[in-house]
Design a protein around this ligand. Structure first.
Ligand code: GLU
Ligand code: ZN
Length: 321
């Protein structure tokens, strides 16, 4: 029997306020928003200002202003901490991360890693997968005595022991995916040596804690997903449905980054005085419109379907420059 009162699906946009948003961030925000709106769900805005060295309050404010200018309002979260799962900024969720971290520690799944950056670079160099460098597990095998000696010299990062197990999941856009934790990624960091919790731990603590059921994000994060699914399991929670969307490439074939000032929202707002024109071009790039017609995100909802969205990287067309 159909559930007469289904829970609305909860999705999120989780930008890092380490610079002005660029076209790629906007592409992600638009698709995440449309997918949720098309399903009559709830959109949560979470600021991923985990790294105090890179995050700025001005950038977070600017992200909110840019999202509102584009016509992408959220239902919950943001700097106002509007909603029952507050706080919605990672910098104020240390207690949640600490709680999750202690649970993993108590289960005996963590260990300190004293490797310096140079040691890691040297040790990992021959062991790279498409998912990045693979940690050798060197510090997992240290004796108590060796740990004690090293502890006098430096603060350790804390790693999670991963099993030799293949994690499978079905991406909403890309279909079946799999990754072996030991072979493709190795024991990964939960807390850095300076005490900052790692993205993998924080994002799972937050998405699980905020009851997020749908995660739309760039394909650059596809390799993180198996690690995150493993963390969901250790937390005793069901992972959300993931959609990993195409990355945008500049005409010379590089991935867009915050350093691409020519495609940041400051420049784009100058180039497109009306947000509908910009949104129309993005919707066309996303396969939602046969030609780039100016439309607001709200007007785009009926055109949205994951089946139309391309699966491969997309080169930014000239219209945006
Ligand atoms: N904060 C991350 C970013 O801006 C997104 C993390 C995620 O969506 O899981 O790239
Ligand atoms: Zn180590």
């Amino acid at each position: 029997m159909l559930n007469p009162h289904p829970q609305p699906v909860r999705g999120r946009f989780a930008p890092s306020p380490s610079g002005r948003m660029h076209l790629g961030n906007l592409f992600c925000a638009l698709l995440a928003w449309l997918s949720i709106r098309a399903a009559n769900g709830q959109m949560i805005l979470r600021m991923e200002d985990l790294d105090p060295d890179r995050s700025r309050l001005e950038y977070a404010k600017q992200i909110e202003a840019d999202l509102l200018w584009l016509g992408l309002p959220w239902d919950e979260g943001g700097l106002q901490d509007n909603g029952p799962y507050a706080p919605y900024c990672q910098s104020r969720r240390q207690a949640q991360y600490e709680g999750f971290f202690r649970r993993l520690e108590k289960q005996g799944l963590t260990y300190p890693c004293y490797c310096t950056r140079e040691e890691l670079r040297a040790a990992c160099a021959p062991h790279r997968s498409e998912y990045g460098p693979i940690y050798s597990g060197r510090c997992r095998r240290l004796s108590a005595g060796e740990r004690q000696t090293l502890a006098q010299r430096r603060n350790p990062a804390i790693r999670l022991c991963v099993p030799d197990e293949t994690i499978s999941f079905c991406d909403g856009l890309l279909g079946p995916q799999q990754e072996n934790l030991a072979r493709d990624c190795g024991d990964f960091i939960l807390r850095r040596s300076d005490g900052v919790f790692a993205y993998q731990l924080a994002v799972v603590a937050d998405d699980a804690g905020m009851e997020i059921r749908e995660v739309v994000r760039g394909q650059d994060l596809l390799p993180s997903t198996a690690r995150q699914i493993y963390l969901y399991r250790l937390l005793g929670k069901t992972p959300p449905q993931f959609f990993h969307i195409p990355l945008l490439l500049s005409p010379d074939g590089r991935r867009l980054s915050k350093r691409d000032k020519d495609l940041d929202l400051g420049r784009l707002r100058g180039r497109f005085p009306h947000p509908e024109t910009l949104v129309g071009h993005l919707a066309h790039l996303a396969g939602l419109l046969p030609k780039p017609e100016p439309l607001s995100p709200q007007e785009l909802i009926p055109y949205f379907s994951w089946e139309k969205v391309p699966r491969h990287d997309l080169t930014v067309p000239k219209a945006f420059f």
